[in-house]
Write a protein that binds this ligand. Structure first.
Ligand code: C2E
Ligand code: CA
Ligand code: CA
Ligand code: CA
Length: 275
């Protein structure tokens, strides 16, 4: 028993070492990529299920030259204090994309970006957003910021103040991964949100009746708070039909499109999907 205990601790410390090595490697890659234009954004359309029209996009960050998933490298960026610079890149790139649409004569449609809780501490971030919007003459309502419920865990009053300031300048706010975090919903009345994004897990459970009921209730809840609802992670026609039946208005997912490159998004920008 003693022997196997020893082996086990050797195993764990080896695993731990590997994790640390891996994180250090990712940290290096991130630092390098920040200094050498190594990030890009992909965009995924959000579709109105009653018309098939694209109503907006979500921007999702990628490393240009590495196959590391954002879930993985964003955690490292947050841990090592790189998330603020990365977040500014996302903001800037998104506003530049909107600006390109104007130049080539495309209508503006909102682009949503993901916002890490840690970015609240980025001093001057609101001024940064404001100055880029005004430099490119983009109305603030075309920029949407996705936050998760976890933003409330860190610092309630600071977070709410921050969101109110964003709201004041006209930026839209969406609550991401809705239903995966907090069990209490009381915060819905305190937060200046415009939109609620229902997590993929709800649609994955749709096949049974109780899953359907949950989605229906969440849509009603959103309506009660006058929020738009987007269901994420929709992959099949059956799911689309179900959401139509449940009177859900907006859908995002592989069924319509995976996240795609900026050139492609400009091509499909005004497309209407058959529905
Ligand atoms: P998220 O904000 O919940 O983004 C949705 C994720 O689901 C994206 O993964 C998207 O590619 C994926 N997805 C969309 N439709 C489908 C579908 O039909 N089926 C399946 N299986 N997946 C679908 P991605 O791009 O890997 O991003 C993962 C997470 O990383 C995001 O989750 C978000 O939390 C974070 N993230 C991505 N980009 C950024 C960013 O620019 N800044 C920050 N702070 N976080 C980001
Ligand atoms: Ca998101
Ligand atoms: Ca989400
Ligand atoms: Ca997520």
């Amino acid at each position: 028993a003693k022997k196997s205990g020893k082996n086990q601790s050797a195993f764990f410390s080896k695993a731990l070492q590997n994790t640390i090595l891996m994180k250090n490697k990712i940290h290096d890659i991130l630092r390098n990529s920040l200094n050498n234009n190594g990030f890009k954004l992909l965009y995924q359309p959000q579709v109105d299920v009653s018309t098939g029209e694209i109503v907006g996009f979500e921007a999702l960050i990628r490393l240009k030259d590495h196959q590391i998933s954002p879930a993985e490298f964003i955690a490292v960026a947050e841990e090592h204090g790189l998330i603020k610079r990365m977040g500014r890149f996302v903001i800037r790139q998104t506003i530049l994309e909107l600006s390109k649409w104007k130049v080539v004569g495309l209508d503006l449609k909102p682009i949503a970006i993901n916002f890490s809780v840690k970015q609240i501490n980025d001093k001057g971030i609101i001024e940064y957003i404001e100055s880029l919007l005004s430099e490119h003459r983009i109305p603030a309502k075309y920029l949407e910021i996705e936050i998760t419920e976890s933003i409330l865990l860190e610092n309630d009053s600071e977070a709410i103040m921050f969101l109110n300031r964003l709201k004041e300048i006209g930026v839209k706010i969406a609550l991401d991964d809705f239903g995966t975090g907090y069990s209490s919903l009381s915060y819905l009345s305190n937060l200046p949100v415009d939109k609620m994004k229902l997590d993929k897990k709800f649609i994955d459970q749709h096949l049974n009746e109780s899953g359907k009921k949950i989605i229906k209730q969440l849509i009603l809840l959103a309506e009660a708070f006058e929020l738009d609802v987007v269901v994420e992670g929709v992959e099949t026609i059956e799911q689309v039909r179900l959401l139509q039946e449940l009177k859900c208005k907006y859908i995002q997912g592989y069924y319509f499109s995976k996240p795609i490159e900026d050139e492609q998004i400009r091509e499909i920008h005004s497309k209407k999907y058959d529905i």
